[in-house]
Design a protein around this ligand. Structure first.
Ligand code: ZN
Ligand code: ZN
Length: 750
């Protein structure tokens, strides 16, 4: 036990805890007058007479209790704006209290902090009428609650099973009336809870060197935040909350009965002092630390059980999902408020879901969006797209185009893509730069380009890229992407497959996209630009199967023209299909029999294809079209239900790319590749089934926030890693270049 100064003849000094209660403790049996000894203190500083009540808890600890609204001996009751705060705190100082526990009834300015919630705020905001005891003395202090005392109280409550909220800002309004809605709108930007007394007490206690902490209980929702209460209703709630606050105070008093010396070790001046070393039996703050906690109305997990969790939160740490739990549990476990270590984000109208995976695209082709539409496929490719590409495509073209495409992806909720284009190294750099996840394709194509002179050089450059860029970031992986059986020779396809196997990468190609591709190969018409480049008169898939290329790495975009026996063989090989319905319709390629393919057990992902044949990189649109087109093709309204379409756009893409153990669903241990979709739009009312809305009713402009590997790439629709203004100027530049080339070229591309 500490003593007053080592004078053995005097009694060891008692530890004194001041308790200031409000209307909530007025009728508490714990502080019943008959159990306490009244002391009237004439304040030496001239702040009047104050009535205090003393009670001995044990031989080491006394409490000195004051009812703030009834401490003035001249009055029965003082409303908040007339409480003699200076007298009250001066009297507490005079009788030698070592620390003050203030119990405050507060209003909540947050929907998620409901009635009856216990809060230990860590700061306060008092914009007006700041009281001081320094009117005629020099003095200065840094206001704030005593953090060590606060932590001690929190810990005691947690140990007892209470779950108070740790942190938040207490806003002190003037009173005595409640605030207007406009006032609450303003003040809710400064803090989370609101009362009329705490900041005055805390400021004065700090001036007088008394450690002070607040235990608040929410007795009402602030004006405009919750239902308007009559005075009777307000008192009824307070009455209902009384056992809760009494129990909490009881727990805290018992704690200090056991550890009274802690109250002597608090530093009355330093708000940040820690009591940890002085009370080794007391653990630090019980909160767990993570990087970000995102609360949402629903969490659509896309896990094996298709769980949709209401009012849940996802906790992210070191890029991974470490917890998915009910919002209230998250508030208790990780804190309800943002702190220096943990960011807390609340999206009460939104759905959290895994980021969309665009499994087949050609990112830099965004610069040919709307450049040429509504032409026959061969004319479109051989007269417009290919001749323009050979004259314009460069490192810069690809870098600028990939950046624009990635911006479009992120704004549309796409967190991962599998690509196929020239200069894939430049796409890799953009993936590193923008924070998205991607698989640039090591392209192989039968004709020369600015990138490579022939298949050998394409393959060589691809190998160098894979070796040079591997391991830079987990977000960047590669695929081997020979264009098609009609643009790459049989021999080079076999070489490309060997390389995919060597590096354990997806083999990404176009296959059976058009009828001509299949028919001309079957007839062996080598004069056709769409005949596969080998002498066998068979369907392209047949030859790939015979060459052993179709295996679990094999990812074919399109597969529009596939027969039942082919489906069987393809399924047996464990290969994947990327369905690109918009591109297939726009280029009049036909209808992929998706339901049949799915029924055979083949993994089907979704892709947008390039922006020149879509013309947007919109995976929401693609998901909806996949679901509804399948019904029309199968003449079966049950074909590809919403849950299936959502899987195709998320986890199935991850499977095709070989990363289903890391992304594609929201599960603890997986990478935090996640998007928030705002369902508050009128177009989404009412909401019976969230997944139905995501597939059939939402559009990509409702995506508000995007995370990849736990890093936020878009917050409230603002891109955080890409300068959108710059993209606009760069796109205009490339439009001018492409228009110029288009008006001058001679139509050749080989
Ligand atoms: Zn393979
Ligand atoms: Zn394509």
């Amino acid at each position: 036990m500490a003593s007053a100064g080592g004078n053995g003849e005097e009694d060891a000094r008692k530890v004194v805890l001041g308790v200031i209660g409000g209307s909530g403790l007025l009728k508490s049996a714990m502080f019943a007058p008959e159990t306490m000894k009244e002391e009237v203190v004439e304040t030496e500083a001239g702040f009047g007479k104050i009535k205090l009540m003393r009670k001995e808890l044990n031989e080491e600890l006394d409490i000195v209790f004051a009812q703030r609204h009834a401490c003035d001996v001249e009055k029965d009751y003082s409303p908040p704006h007339l409480v003699n705060f200076r007298g009250l705190l001066s009297a507490m100082k005079q009788v030698g209290v070592n620390a003050i526990l203030a119990v405050c009834s507060v209003g909540s300015m947050r929907h998620h902090i409901g009635m009856g919630a216990l809060v230990l705020p860590d700061d306060f905001f008092c914009p007006q009428h700041i009281l001081t005891t320094f009117d005629d003395a020099r003095g200065h202090n840094v206001p704030g609650f005593n953090d060590a005392l606060r932590t001690e109280i929190l810990t005691a409550l947690f140990r007892s099973g209470e779950r108070p909220l740790d942190g938040g800002v207490y806003v002190n309004s003037n009173g005595p009336r409640f605030e207007t809605k406009a006032e609450i709108r303003f003040m809710s930007q400064c803090g989370e809870i609101i009362g009329m007394t705490g900041a005055h007490e805390a400021t004065l206690a700090k001036e007088l060197g008394i450690p002070y902490a607040m235990l608040a209980i929410v007795d009402n929702m602030a004006n405009g935040i919750g239902p308007q209460l009559t005075l009777e209703e307000f008192f009824a709630v307070q009455h209902k909350n009384q056992p809760k606050i009494e129990n909490a105070v009881h727990v805290v008093l018992n704690h200090f009965k056991a550890y009274p010396e802690v109250l002597l070790s608090l530093d009355g001046d330093g708000a940040d002092a820690s009591a940890d070393d002085k009370a080794p039996s007391t653990p630090a703050s019980p909160k767990e630390v993570c990087d970000e906690v995102v609360h949402a109305k629903s969490v659509v997990t896309v896990d094996a059980e298709e769980r949709v969790l209401e009012n849940h939160a996802v906790a992210i740490k070191d890029g991974k999902i470490v917890d998915i739990l009910p919002s209230h549990d998250a508030d208790v476990k990780y804190g309800a408020f943002s702190s220096t270590t943990t960011k807390v984000v609340r999206l009460p109208d939104s759905v959290l879901m895994p980021g969309l995976i665009n499994a087949h695209t050609h990112t830099p082709m965004v610069f040919m969006r709307g450049f040429s539409d509504d032409l026959p496929l061969d004319k479109w490719l051989t007269e417009k797209i290919w001749p323009t590409e050979v004259r314009t495509v460069s490192k810069d073209f690809v870098r600028d185009g990939s950046r624009l495409a990635c911006a479009e992806f992120i704004r549309g909720g796409v967190t991962c893509f599998s690509d196929m284009y020239f200069f894939p190294e430049s796409t890799a750099e953009i993936i590193e730069e923008t924070g998205i996840r991607g698989f640039p394709g090591s392209i192989v194509i039968g004709f020369p380009s600015n990138y490579a002179q022939g298949p050998a050089e394409y393959l060589e450059k691809g190998r160098k890229m894979i070796e040079d860029y591997s391991g830079r970031t987990d977000r960047l992986k590669f695929c081997v992407a020979p264009h098609s059986t009609y643009a790459v020779s049989e021999e080079d396809l076999i070489k490309a497959h060997k390389m995919a196997r060597e590096f354990n990468l997806p083999f990404h190609t176009h296959l059976h996209e058009t009828e001509r591709e299949v028919d001309d190969s079957e007839r062996g018409d080598r004069s056709s630009s769409f005949c596969h480049q080998c002498d066998k008169k068979c369907r392209p898939l047949r030859n790939l199967l015979d060459n052993g290329i179709v295996d679990e790495h094999f990812v074919a975009a399109h597969m529009v023209h596939i027969k039942d026996d082919e489906i069987k063989e393809y399924a047996a090989a464990g290969a994947h299909v990327v369905h690109c319905p918009t591109s297939n319709l726009k280029l009049a390629s036909g209808f992929c029999p998706v339901q049949k393919i799915v029924d055979a057990g083949i993994n089907v992902a979704i892709g947008t294809d390039g922006a020149s044949s879509n013309n947007s990189l919109d995976m929401f649109q693609e998901m909806k079209l996949a679901a509804i087109m399948a019904k029309g093709v199968a003449k079966e309204p049950c074909a590809i239900p919403a849950t299936q379409a959502l899987r195709m756009a998320t986890i199935n893409g991850a499977k095709a790319l070989g990363i289903a153990d890391q992304v594609g669903s929201l599960e603890v241990g997986k990478q935090a590749d996640m998007i928030a979709v705002d369902l508050s739009d009128l177009s989404c009312l009412p909401t019976y089934h969230v997944v139905s809305h995501l597939v059939y009713a939402c559009n990509r402009h409702q995506v508000s926030d995007v995370w990849v590997q736990g890093k936020c790439l878009m917050r409230s629709r603002q891109l955080l890693t890409i300068d959108a203004g710059k993209l606009r100027r760069v796109a205009e530049k490339w439009q001018a270049i492409i228009a110029e080339v288009d008006s001058n070229h001679d139509g050749t591309y080989q």
